[in-house]
Design a binder for this molecule. Structure first.
Ligand SMILES: NC(=O)c1ccc[n+]([C@@H]2O[C@H](COP(=O)([O-])OP(=O)(O)OC[C@H]3O[C@@H](n4cnc5c(N)ncnc54)[C@H](OP(=O)(O)O)[C@@H]3O)[C@@H](O)[C@H]2O)c1
Length: 297
C-alpha cells in the first residue's frame, strides 16, 4: 500500500517506520527532521529499534505517488492548515485516516473531504520526539480504527490487517466516535492536571488530592458526554482512566511536554470542545473551564 504520513513527528514517524516494513511509506514533516532522515535515516529507540532511510519530504509538491492511505498525525491545532495542503496531493480514492487526539479533527476533515474517504482512529501507542531524526517508542498500546458510519468495510479490514502485519496492534470498531470520546474524557483529566502540577502521570493516583480531582473532572466530562447522547458509565470510564495512568505511570503527558517547550497544547480540542458541547447541552463545565484557564494563563 502507498502510504503518506502527514505530520511526521513523534507518533507519525513511529507509525511510518513500522508500516515501511511492508508498504511504500513516504514521510512528510518539518525540514529539520526530514533533512536528517534523508541524510542518516530515521532512528527509533525504546520499545522498537529501527534505523533506516525512508523517503521523506518537507515540500508537499515533491510527493508524486498515488496515495492509497494518508495518515494525519499533526497536533489538532494544525489540522486546518494541513488539510489545505493535503487537498493538493490526494484524490477521491485516497483514504484519509486521523490518529489525532481531540474532538474536533473529524469535523474539520469532513468540511473539506467526503465523509466516505475518512477513517477515524485512536491509539494508545506512546512515542516522544527526542530530536530531529530520533524518536523514542515509550509504550506499546492498542490502535482502534473505524469508518465514520460504523460499517466494517473491506478497506477498514484491509488497513487493520496491514497495521497488525506491521506490528501496530490494531482492531476495528463499529463506533469510532465513541472511542474518540472515551479517549478525550480520559485525556481531559490526565493531560491538564499533569501539566498544571508538572508531574509524571503516576502522581495523579499517588497524591490523594489529585486523585480526587481526577475523579471530579472525569465525572464532569462523562456528564457532558451523556448530555450529548452517550451512555457512559462513570465507574467504567474512571477505571479506564486509572488503567491508562498506571500503564503510562512513568510518562510525562504530551501536553506537559508541549507546555515545557513553550509550544501550543491541544487543550482547546480536548477540554475546550467538552466545554463548548457542555454549554450547548446546558450541563456543568466549571472544572473543564478551570483547567483551560490554568493551562492558558
Ligand atoms: N505522541 C504520542 O505518543 C501520541 C499518542 C497518541 C496520540 N497522539 C496524537 O497524535 C497527534 C500527533 O502527536 P505527536 O505527539 O506525534 O505530535 P508531534 O510530535 O508534534 O508531531 C507532529 C509533527 O507534525 C509537524 N507538522 C505540523 N504541521 C505541519 C505541516 N503543515 N507541515 C509539515 N509538518 C507539520 C510538527 O512540526 P512542529 O512541531 O514544528 O509544528 C511535528 O513535527 C496529536 O493529536 C497527539 O495528541 C500522540
Amino acid at each position: 500500500m502507498n502510504i503518506v504520513i502527514f505530520g511526521s513527528g513523534a507518533i507519525g514517524s513511529l507509525f511510518g517506520a513500522l508500516l515501511s516494513n511492508n508498504n511504500n511509506v513516504v514521510l512528510y514533516g518539518r525540514k529539520s527532521h526530514i533533512d536528517i532522515i534523508n541524510k542518516e535515516g530515521l532512528e527509533i529507540n525504546g520499545k522498537t529499534f529501527f534505523h533506516k532511510k525512508i523517503p521523506a519530504f518537507c515540500n508537499i509538491k515533491e510527493i508524486k505517488m498515488d496515495i492509497d492511505l494518508l495518515i494525519l498525525s499533526v497536533k489538532s491545532y494544525d489540522t486546518d492548515i494541513s488539510l489545505n495542503l493535503i487537498k493538493n496531493i490526494i484524490d477521491s480514492e485516497t483514504t484519509l485516516l486521523t490518529i489525532q487526539n481531540g474532538l474536533d479533527n473529524i469535523d474539520k476533515i469532513r468540511k473539506i473531504f467526503n465523509h466516505k474517504q475518512i477513517l477515524g482512529g485512536v491509539t494508545t501507542q506512546g512515542s516522544i520526539f527526542v530530536k530531529p531524526g530520533l524518536i523514542s517508542h515509550t509504550g506499546f498500546g492498542e490502535t482502534i480504527l473505524g469508518e465514520l458510519d460504523g460499517t466494517i468495510s473491506d478497506r477498514l479490514k484491509k488497513i487493520v490487517k496491514i497495521f497488525n502485519n506491521s506490528g501496530i496492534i490494531t482492531k476495528y470498531s463499529n463506533d469510532i466516535n465513541k472511542e474518540i470520546w472515551i479517549k478525550t474524557i480520559i485525556n481531559s483529566s490526565i493531560n491538564p492536571l499533569t501539566t498544571i502540577f508538572k508531574c509524571k502521570n503516576e502522581y495523579l493516583l499517588k497524591n490523594p488530592i489529585l486523585s480526587n480531582i481526577v475523579k471530579l473532572v472525569c465525572n464532569e466530562s462523562v456528564r457532558i458526554a451523556n448530555a450529548e447522547g452517550f451512555d457512559f458509565n462513570y465507574d467504567d470510564i474512571l477505571n479506564k482512566t486509572k488503567k491508562v495512568i498506571n500503564y503510562t505511570c512513568d510518562n510525562y503527558s504530551s501536553m506537559l511536554q508541549s507546555y515545557e517547550k513553550y509550544k501550543k497544547t491541544e487543550i482547546k480540542s480536548i477540554n475546550g470542545k467538552l466545554i463548548e458541547i457542555g454549554k450547548k447541552q446546558n450541563t456543568d463545565t466549571i472544572l473543564n473551564e478551570l483547567l483551560v484557564l490554568l493551562i492558558e494563563s
